[in-house]
Design a protein around this ligand. Structure first.
Ligand SMILES: NC(=O)C1=CN([C@@H]2O[C@H](COP(=O)(O)OP(=O)(O)OC[C@H]3O[C@@H](n4cnc5c(N)ncnc54)[C@H](OP(=O)(O)O)[C@@H]3O)[C@@H](O)[C@H]2O)C=CC1
Ligand SMILES: CC(=O)N[C@@H](CCC(=O)OP(=O)(O)O)C(=O)O
Length: 360
């Protein structure tokens, strides 16, 4: 029996891709008590070729030594305990496992990265600490100086559909932010085909569920306070991230909605004079011809279409008379916006199909 078929039966019994051979990889997740960390636990646990060996929180965590299921009841079928991890443990961990996923605050990922990168493990960082190459822009938007220039320059941006080859060779992957994933997925086909009139900045309005802000309690994100509203106007840290990987400035306005999961981005773009319907359609269909986790839709996607899935759903309408195209993009912020995209990247580094373990 092929290796993959055997693993498939042992681990879950219902993965569809039986054509590749796999070896098991030991994985550590740090920040496992948080929203993206817990989502990662679920994805790694169901992955046919990853074995979750370390499920960690910070040394001072109030949740240290608790069962993960005591915090995330949806994972009650899984038997993992949250282990506290300190600096010294990181030094051995980074040689004991093949992959480390950091689902930690930006500062924590930034400070720990040199220790982690001293080992042999590949690191997938869900925070924003290693996404922006320009250190001056980084410190302006993140509020602290970047002190690891070499690691920053070596980090590969993990937008899986667009940087697959670089990701496959990376030892440090900076997994994109949730809003940039939706925005760049919508815009890159148009910009890469030089269809966009860059004299007019693309305008992105996006609404996120409250899990986007993480699990830690705050008044702004509490049940009685959340009411659909814009925030971070002209100042959100995802504006330079989107602009950097698009290659042109954008106007980005995030909104907080009173729902748990998902992002819907509405992107308005002025195209060059004379661009045809066919050119717009071809840009999307060609860009995503080999992308099983991108769904090009015939109707504007709803959040319910993507929540708890690894997909990005895209839909567009073009008005040649005005030259404007409106693209809508829907993702689950904890999945394609964070955890499932990190798994896509991990799959790429192992030479596996990027949807491995994500499509059941
Ligand atoms: N939520 C989202 O939609 C997205 C989030 N991200 C990014 O992913 C990362 C995690 O986000 P999210 O899961 O939402 O955050 P949460 O606040 O839900 O979880 C954060 C995790 O980090 C741990 N942590 C906090 N402080 C420290 C510390 N000093 N040392 C070690 N661990 C610490 C927490 O556990 P404890 O304090 O108990 O140790 C917890 O497990 C962040 O960088 C975020 O910006 C990226 C894309 C989307
Ligand atoms: C609703 C909400 O608060 N969302 C977060 C973005 C979450 C995300 O993508 O995280 P990164 O910090 O890793 O970029 C925010 O606006 O800060």
């Amino acid at each position: 029996m092929p290796v993959m078929a055997l693993i498939t039966r042992v681990k879950s019994g219902f993965f569809s891709d039986l054509t590749h051979s796999y070896t098991m990889n030991q994985v550590a997740i740090i920040g496992a008590s948080g929203y993206t960390g817990a989502q990662l636990v679920q994805l790694v646990d169901q992955h046919p070729s990853l074995t979750l060996s370390h499920v960690c929180v910070s040394a001072s965590s109030a949740d240290a030594n608790k069962p993960l299921s005591a915090i995330h009841g949806q994972l009650a079928h899984l038997d993992y305990q949250l282990s506290p991890v300190d600096d010294e443990m990181l030094d051995t961990l980074c040689n004991d496992v093949s992959m480390i996923f950091l689902a930690t605050p930006h500062e924590v990922s930034h400070d720990w990265m040199p220790r982690l990168m001293a080992g042999t493990a590949r690191v997938f960082d869900l925070s924003g600490a290693f996404r922006l190459k320009d250190e001056a822009i980084f410190s302006r938007f993140y509020g602290f100086e970047h002190r690891h220039a070499t690691l920053l320059s070596n980090a590969v941006y993990g937008l899986a559909e667009w940087y697959a080859e670089d990701i496959s060779n990376a030892s440090l992957v900076a997994v994109p932010g949730c809003y940039p994933t939706a925005s760049l997925s919508a815009l890159k086909p148009l910009i890469n085909n030089t269809l966009v009139d860059t004299q007019h900045y693309p305008v992105i309005n996006a609404v996120s569920g409250v899990t986007g802000a993480g699990r830690k309690a705050s008044l702004t994100n509490s049940f009685c306070e959340v009411s659909l509203s814009a925030y971070g106007i002209l100042s959100h840290r995802h504006t330079p991230e989107i602009s950097a990987y698009l290659g042109t400035p954008v106007i980005f306005t995030p909104h907080l909605g009173n729902f748990k999961r998902g992002i819907l981005a509405t992107v308005t773009v002025k195209l060059n004079a004379g661009v045809s319907h066919d050119e717009v359609n071809d840009a999307f269909y060609q860009a995503y011809a080999d992308s099983p986790l991108v769904r090009l839709r015939q109707h504007s996607p709803k959040l319910d279409d993507v929540v708890k899935t690894p997909f990005v759903d895209l839909y567009w309408q073009y008005d040649p008379a005005s030259g404007y195209v409106v693209v809508t993009a829907a993702i689950d912020n904890l999945m394609k916006g964070a955890a499932s995209q990190a798994i896509q990247c991990a799959n790429l580094t192992c030479g596996w199909p990027q949807q491995t373990g994500l499509l059941l």
